[in-house]
Design a protein around this ligand. Sequence first.
Ligand SMILES: *[C@@H]1O[C@H](CO)[C@@H](O)[C@H](O)[C@H]1NC(C)=O
Ligand SMILES: *[C@@H]1O[C@H](CO)[C@@H](O)[C@H](O)[C@H]1NC(C)=O
Length: 303
Amino acid sequence: MHHTSLLLSLLATTVAALPGGGGGGNLHRPGRPRPQAPKAETLCPIVFDGRPDSSLQPLDFDDWNTSPFNPDYVKGASLLWSDILKFPTVNPPARFDDPTYQQPFEVTINDSSIFNNQRGFRRAGLQFQGDTNRNSPGSSGIKTIHFSLKWDASRPLNLSHEYLNVWHETADYSANQFNFQAGAILGQNSLARDTWKVLNRQNRQVWSTPILRNEWQNFAITLDFNMNTLRVYYSRGDEPLRSVTNALTNNNAGEGQYQIGILRKPTGTSDVVNSGYHQRNLNEGLIYGSVFVEDSEGGCVSL
Ligand SMILES: *[C@@H]1O[C@H](CO)[C@@H](O)[C@H](O)[C@H]1NC(C)=O
Ligand SMILES: *[C@@H]1O[C@H](CO)[C@@H](O)[C@H](O)[C@H]1NC(C)=O
């Protein structure tokens, strides 16, 4: 199965490299000129596309008609996504971004990033439009969520804290099928802080890699909701993704939603939702590119 997607990926690379350029683009955006095609084409049907069109302005992220995401969730009540999101120019673009048509975005948090009076957390998390808590196409079959991350040295995370960055939370909010995290995981002091890590439903780390400060890091996580497995893919810069775990047994039951952004946990409390410590004047952010969920039926994964 995996070989099929690898082969497809190689084929796509070949097509994109044909003289005349843009060959690969015809797979994707017929008739539109592509002066800077992305490093890699997506190969599988896209279920949710979190790669904002480059024409979108900040205010468009407050509007159901224009945002790829839910404009109302999950953020401080007094804040708008047009304030929370920044749109840095990042060169080179993330692996699956076509800079002519798509732009990366930065999710930021500060002292006002308090959702629903959860005073222990500082959080800003995006949900895809259409990713309903029940009966979402994102929580059935086989789905792969892709995202690339770039560190922002002007808004660094404080890795003495625990961060959730990408996860899938069950519909009853009782568990996360997986967590993609950074920093000091509370109660698990043996885990390195300066890493991106994937934790399974039992909050056990299944994979990690050092956080790089100067280039994109590309991740994909396949959730097989039929077989109850989880599989991680990774690459740096513009390299193709490689599978870095097997398909690991994981309880993917319970439906729910993906979330993408920053959830910063406090220190010094046993009630992380409602209390605890954060330094004042927080100014943190994380840059996301190439965010999408694809249908991996038949083993299809864009690499
Ligand atoms: C947090 O950031 C938002 C958006 O830029 C801003 O409106 C708000 O005033 C900031 N809050 C603090 C406490 O700095
Ligand atoms: C990072 O977080 C730790 C734990 O809350 C805190 O002691 C430290 O002052 C923070 N660092 C910065 C630069 O604020």
